[in-house]
Ligand binder design. Structure first.
Ligand SMILES: *[C@@H]1O[C@H](CO)[C@@H](O)[C@H](O)[C@H]1NC(C)=O
Ligand SMILES: *[C@@H]1O[C@H](CO)[C@@H](O)[C@H](O)[C@H]1NC(C)=O
Ligand SMILES: *[C@@H]1O[C@H](CO)[C@@H](O)[C@H](O)[C@H]1NC(C)=O
Ligand SMILES: *[C@@H]1O[C@H](CO)[C@@H](O)[C@H](O)[C@H]1NC(C)=O
Length: 420
């Protein structure tokens, strides 16, 4: 066959074999880590394909993705299976952006000056151990799933996938990382965040996060517009259950996601908090951390609303624990966050009470002290089994409140791979 014909044949083949290539949404399985109660994704951003495949910590605040890898300086192209990676030069826009997030608590990059512009020196940060090391940006390949909203299917450019920019990191940075995690997947507002680098998919700048509350099932992240279906209902597109509120980017260098709330109430009674407080959504803490004045007000309000349930000795780090067996089928009163848009994010018992053993269920909020940078930092326990849509283009957050009351949960996506 003539070379051009072969080429056309191959192109035809790659298009015709892959019905999923017309979809714009990618899907990534999420695992809850037993040792930290925080969440992680497999190294491949797909179903974990071998026992022992490492994980990346899912971080809503990291400026860029990183993983333990060694950058070899090879001038000739080498096989992808050899882990060939290409250093990013310092004058690339993504390098400049990565450097603009330099963390002043990390080592100075001065010692890298001798390499000139051939490398892009950065300091990846480990948010669990609070340490950072000098390393450099590189490109790697990721072979993502695409989805019709119901199952994962093959992504673009199989079997190699597409390039994206991340940082390598020395092994010493992951030394005390629990749960087989050897890096960080950035889902922040940075231009280097993983979802924002996937322009090759032609996907919309938005992602959905549905964190699992159990370690036995997989939660799910979607990159792109959707639709999103769970196995519990063939006809319920989860986009239809969302309420929206504006999402604030504090400054052009701010990485985290914030919403504003007007009011917190328990059983209809307002909790005395400053008017218009910011709430940061964080995947780095398991339980919501409140500034002391807000913490004390919430504790007082919740205590009053649960006056009929016997209290038991509080178990650290919590300040209010109830006798679990006395809670009853109706559960505890909801904690309602009235958002800036007037819509209510309801925190029901599954997201407010943590069973700590010995028959105690504790209000799963912690006192951060009076001098915290952010007055309210919502943690993962409060976000689990809630469907959250981060719409970066329109700067708004879609939220569902607990999916459990709708008879579904974040572990109900059908991860059976569909070949065509
Ligand atoms: C994919 O995205 C493009 C542009 O955002 C849109 O026009 C198109 O309809 C999308 N395709 C599908 C299958 O959703
Ligand atoms: C970095 O190196 C330059 C020149 O070697 C020096 O002038 C500068 O003070 C150094 N900066 C830091 C933060 O060490
Ligand atoms: C790490 O992976 C190994 C091999 O799959 C497994 O036996 C071990 O339990 C894992 N550790 C954690 C904390 O997940
Ligand atoms: C999951 O998807 C596969 C492939 O489409 C299908 O055969 C199976 O019935 C689905 N499972 C559930 C629980 O919906």
């Amino acid at each position: 066959m003539h070379l051009v014909n072969i080429l056309f044949f191959l192109i035809f083949l790659s298009f015709s074999q892959n019905a999923y290539s017309r979809y714009n949404t990618s899907v990534i399985p999420i695992t809850k880590d037993e040792s930290t109660s925080l969440h992680k994704v497999a190294y491949s951003f797909r179903l974990r394909s071998w026992d022992g495949e490492p994980y990346l910590f899912l971080d809503l605040e990291a400026p860029f993705t990183w993983k333990d890898c060694i950058l070899k300086h090879i001038d000739i192209a080498c096989g992808l299976e050899e882990g060939c990676r290409f250093p990013v030069r310092c004058d690339k826009p993504l390098c400049k952006e990565a450097k603009s997030y330099f963390n002043p608590t990390c080592p100075s990059l001065n010692i890298t000056a001798k390499y000139g512009c051939d490398i892009c020196a950065v300091t990846p940060f480990n948010p669990v151990t609070n340490t950072c090391k000098i390393s450099q940006m590189t490109t790697d390949l990721v072979n993502l799933y695409l989805t019709d909203g119901r199952n994962p299917g093959p992504g673009p450019n199989p079997p190699f996938g597409n390039e994206f920019v991340l940082s390598c990191a020395p092994k010493s940075l992951v030394a005390h990382f629990p749960g087989n995690m050897t890096g960080v997947a950035a889902f922040s507002w940075s231009g280097l965040a993983f979802p924002r680098q996937l322009s090759f998919l032609d996907i919309a700048p938005k992602f959905a996060l549905c964190l699992p509350s159990v370690t036995s099932g997989l939660g799910v992240a979607f990159l792109g517009d959707g639709p999103f279906y769970f196995t519990t209902s063939r006809s319920l597109d989860l986009r239809s259950v969302l309420s929206y509120t504006p999402m604030v980017r504090k400054s052009s260098k701010s990485l985290g996601y914030y919403i504003k709330i007007n009011r917190i109430s328990v059983k209809g009674a307002s909790v005395n908090i400053p008017k218009s407080s910011s709430v940061k959504l964080s995947s780095r803490v398991p339980y919501t951390v409140l500034r002391s004045d807000i913490y004390n007000a919430l504790l007082a309000g919740f205590s009053k609303a649960t006056v009929n349930i016997p209290k038991v000795t509080a178990v650290k780090p919590f300040g209010l624990c109830l006798k679990d067996s006395a809670i009853g089928t109706g559960g505890v009163p909801k904690i309602d966050l009235e958002t800036e848009s007037g819509k209510v994010w309801s925190i029901s018992g599954e997201n407010s009470m943590k069973r700590v053993g010995n028959g105690a269920a504790c209000l799963a909020f912690v006192d951060g002290g009076s001098r915290v940078a952010d007055a309210i930092v919502m943690g993962t326990f409060q976000m689990e089994d809630n469907f959250l849509l981060f719409d970066l283009g329109n700067q708004k957050l879609g939220f569902s409140s607990s999916l459990l009351s709708r008879g579904t949960s974040c572990s109900k996506f059908n991860f059976t791979e569909v070949a065509k």
